[in-house]
Write a protein that binds this ligand. Structure first.
Ligand code: HEC
Length: 137
């Protein structure tokens, strides 16, 4: 019985190992000069994530900008009232906005969403959870 079980598990392990190897190869290929710490953001707090990821487009006070493109204000934005909406936008992007959440952990997405929902004149206190983010991936 042990023998019979061991075989498929061994095959599975081999397949998993092969998959891990090719994933490593893919990472090495895309590892160019841009990322110094892998493919993920290392900032932890919502504020740090906002400053380093979102601010370039949405500006330092969340006021947004109009120029080469239109970057909507996050300040006093009623679209943030339902936490699921910004979670989805951060995870999956929205037209001109890239899906920056793909390079964040669930904790980081929740932190940055909760940050914008409670700053810049927004006062939505029903924080989104890590589980909400995991469910929206
Ligand atoms: C490269 C520029 C860019 C970055 C970086 C960026 N955004 Fe955006 N964001 C946009 C653009 C452009 C839109 C508008 C998309 C559209 O509707 O065409 C947008 C839309 C949004 C919306 C929807 C606003 C609304 O009223 O519907 C939210 C919420 C949002 N961004 C949050 C964030 C957060 C949080 C971050 C950082 C984690 C972030 N964005 C990073 C460009 C960016």
């Amino acid at each position: 019985m042990t023998q019979q079980l061991a075989r498929p598990i061994g095959l599975f392990a081999a397949a998993a190992f092969a998959a891990a190897l090719s994933a490593t190869a893919a990472l090495a290929d895309s590892a160019g000069a841009t990322f110094s710490e892998g493919d993920n953001f290392s900032e932890k707090t919502g504020q740090e994530l906002y400053s380093n990821v979102c601010q370039a487009c949405h500006m330092d006070k969340g006021q947004g900008a109009v120029g080469a493109g239109k970057y909507p204000a996050l300040a006093k934005n009623e679209n943030l009232a339902a936490g699921g909406y910004p979670v989805t936008v951060v995870l999956h992007g929205l037209k001109g906005m890239p899906s920056v959440g793909q390079m964040m952990s669930d904790d980081q997405v929740a932190a940055v969403v909760n940050y914008v929902r409670t700053n810049f004149g927004n006062d939505y206190k029903d924080a989104v959870t890590v589980e909400d983010v995991a469910g929206a991936r």
